[in-house]
Design a protein around this ligand. Sequence first.
Ligand SMILES: [Zn+2]
Length: 268
Amino acid sequence: MTTTTIAIDMDVPAGVSVGEYERIDGGHAFHVSWELPDNLCCETCQRESRLQLVEKNKFLSIRDLDLWGKPSFFVYQEVYHRCPSCGHRQSLLPPFKRRDVKYTFRFEEQVLVSLIGSTAEDVAVRLGIAAETVERIVKNRIEDAKAKQIDPQRKIERLGLDEISLRKGHKGYATILTDLTNGERPEILALSKGRDEAAGRACLEHLSAQQRSAVRWHHTDMSAAYLKACGVHLPNSQSVIDRFHVAKKLGEVADDLRKKTIEPTSEV
Ligand SMILES: [Zn+2]
């Protein structure tokens, strides 16, 4: 068999490097590593110390974005730190995921974006994950959003406010706020529970008063609740009613996240 080396450009989360690639059944595996911290605080005794590395010969695999229509996975070696004070051993959390989940942060974002204009069940089927996983991602993101402050220096001209529905029968809803200022790279800013005016306002209240008055356009569906919330909180913004703008835009971006430049250098 002849082999060919193909170079692809992919974007990786900050501080992460990709070692090798492996084709697996129905997908792609990328072996990744990340920069380890010099010092660490012990979970048990709370004392800080130099990193005392304990490497285990165990590899973990977590879901990342799709590549060429197939799921890709980050594979990494599990590393531990042993606290020199109390002997407690703790695993080091990679920068690309949260604790106790099997997917990257950016996979979470892909799930959220896919939910705009789709149900949790549809998204679960499309991405090959459990509906419970979809709901857990939304729940975690809503929790995160409560504590997260948007950088007050961030300049935002165009916003999107959309509802996402979690369960069949439309019992569970959340509201998602996206920054559409850079049409090429829309970003999720905030999430809140519900789809009423209060939920819309809760999202918008993550922005400073100054940021809100600098917004010039807001994209929403026909929902009177969101229009009202924007009317109150975005004094200088015009409404653009466009049901699936975000899903459309963000969907394109998700497909495009990995710019593929193929440079075959064949060795025959
Ligand atoms: Zn300790």
